[in-house]
Each structure stands twice: as C-alpha cells, then as structure tokens.
Design a protein around this ligand. Structure first.
Ligand SMILES: C[S@@+](CC[C@H](N)C(=O)[O-])C[C@H]1O[C@@H](n2cnc3c(N)ncnc32)[C@H](O)[C@@H]1O
Length: 280
C-alpha cells in the first residue's frame, strides 16, 4: 500500500510514487490525521485541490449580518436552565440527539459560556482520523479510522461560496457533483441564493461519495450569524459506523427516480441493496 500521512500540517512521509502532499493538500488543520492510501491503481491525488476547513467567499457573496443573541446561561457550560438547552440538540457526549432536519443553533461569540459548552460541537472542529483511498469505479473516497457513533459530528462541508448564477456556470459535467446548494431554509419551489463548490477548495468531504444507503446526513448549522442564505453545512453519522467503513451521503435525498428532476446521468456504484441505480 502506498501510504502518506499528514499530521499537524507537516508532511511526515512521501510516497513511493513521489507525490508532494504539501502541494496537493495544503492547510490541513491539526485536529485530525488524514492518510492517503492507494492500493488499487496508479492514480495520484488531484494537484489542483486546496484543503480548507472554511468557506471561501467569492464575488457577489455578502458577509452575513453579525446579528446574533447571547444565551442566558451564567455558568461555564450551558446547562438545563439555559435557553439554548431547553430543547438540547446535542447530548452530554456531543452527539446529535435529533433525527429531524431542523437547522442547528450553537452558542455564539456573544454567549458567556466557555469553549467546552455542550452546545458548541461543530465549531470545535472534527477530531476523526480518516483515510482518503481509491474505491473501485468511484475514484477517491474517504473512510473512518475509528468507530463513529450515531449522532457524532464528522466534519463540515466547505469550499468556495458562489452565487447561484456563478454555480450554474460552473456546474457542467463532473463539477456538478461538488456543488451543494445552501437551500436547507429555502422552500422547494425557490432557487437558493448561494452554493458551495468543493471541487477546487474543500476539506475531506470533497472525497465523500454518494450512497443510496448512506451513513452520514447533513444539517444546516448557525454559529455566529443567523442569515438563512449563508448557513454552515455539517455532516453527522446517522447510524453507528465501523472503523474502516466508507463515509457516504445521499447526493439526492429528495429525488425520486424517474421524476422530471432526475437527470439519470451518473450510474450509481454504491452497491447498497436498495440502490436506485443512478446517483441522479
Ligand atoms: C463529490 S465527488 C466524490 C469524490 C470523487 N470520488 C473523487 O475522486 O474526487 C463525486 C464524484 O465521485 C463519483 N461517485 C460518487 N459517488 C458515486 C457512486 N455512488 N457511484 C459512482 N460514482 C460515484 C462520481 O464520479 C462523482 O462525479
């Protein structure tokens, strides 16, 4: 196995094939380790991909208004008496405790609670070590190196933040599958104003493939602003995941095979018993 390891922004090894990971994965944060494994073919990671754990705002995308409200707690960490914990979104171990797709509101920079507050999970970053590996027929993929419990935060979806018009221009061919509309708060009949493009800039979620039986779900999250057009996107495990399992999400959860919206362009190779046959 050709194996590389990135740790604390330093490249610990160069692979037999001589890829300079400093070049291909820049700015990897020190919270987690990512190994690049290829035991399948001679492919190398794309050299035009830059690692980022944040949105990169492009032309026409405004800064969100910074109007937020502090929570009412007086302690270090929000407890049962605090407004924000009346309907808790995370349990005492930081696992998401709702199956509902409602947006998540975390404590923000005005809240008096500490960084350890149980209502700050996504903003603390993701600590899960992962491998980026080659998956037959699907290109690169990502898998976890440790078991993940249902409800655990996995990572954000990051990339360039574009206006919907610019996303339409970029959205041809394969590029389409890296675009994620910020439409969690937009009625189905309306177009979202902004879209995240993870093709050239993104984090490990750039490598998450589609599955018709996914193990990850994605939630809208608000931290330091309340602008519904510009929320964050965060992946959480929707079931227990074993170490070594590929991490996947459903690219088209509301699509019904055969509907007018279904393009039937990508044949799906997820291999799930309930596979719809097409990614979309
Ligand atoms: C967002 S990227 C995922 C990472 C990608 N595999 C890579 O190598 O960068 C989406 C692309 O992965 C491939 N892919 C993802 N899920 C797939 C699936 N279930 N079946 C076949 N191809 C898939 C398709 O080529 C698709 O355009």
């Amino acid at each position: 196995m050709v194996q590389y390891q990135l740790q604390k922004q330093r490249v610990l090894g160069y692979g037999a094939k001589g890829v300079d990971l400093k070049h291909v994965l820049r700015n990897v944060p020190d919270l987690h380790k990512i190994r690049i494994c290829n035991s399948l073919d001679n492919a190398l990671l794309p050299t035009d991909f830059t690692y980022t754990n944040d949105y990169i705002r492009r032309a026409g995308v405004p800064y969100p208004s910074n109007v937020v409200f502090p929570c009412s707690c007086v302690d270090e960490a929000c407890g049962a008496n605090c407004d924000c914990m009346r309907v808790p979104i995370y349990d005492e171990r930081g696992r998401l405790c709702t199956a509902l797709e409602y947006p998540l509101h975390e404590c923000n920079h005005l809240c008096p609670c500490s960084a350890d507050c149980p209502n700050r999970v996504v903003q603390r970053g993701q600590p899960i070590d992962m491998d980026i590996f080659r998956a037959a027929g699907k290109g690169w993929a990502a898998r976890t190196n440790k078991p993940i419990e249902q409800g655990e935060f996995v990572c954000r979806y990051t990339g360039e933040l574009l206006t919907n018009q610019d996303a339409e221009i970029r959205g041809g061919g394969d590029s389409l599958t890296y675009l994620f509309d910020l439409d969690k708060e937009v009625p189905h009949s309306c177009e979202p104003a902004f879209t995240v493009d993870a093709r050239l800039y993104g984090n490990v979620s750039h490598f998450f493939n589609h599955s018709c039986a996914p193990n990850l779900g994605i939630w809208a999250v608000y931290i330091n602003h309340l602008d519904p057009r510009l929320h964050e996107l965060a992946f959480f495990a929707i079931r227990d995941i074993e170490a070594g399992e590929e991490l996947t999400f459903d690219y088209c959860p509301h699509d019904i095979a055969g509907s007018a919206h279904t393009l039937h362009k990508f044949v799906c190779l997820c291999g799930a018993p309930n596979c719809r046959g097409f990614v979309f």
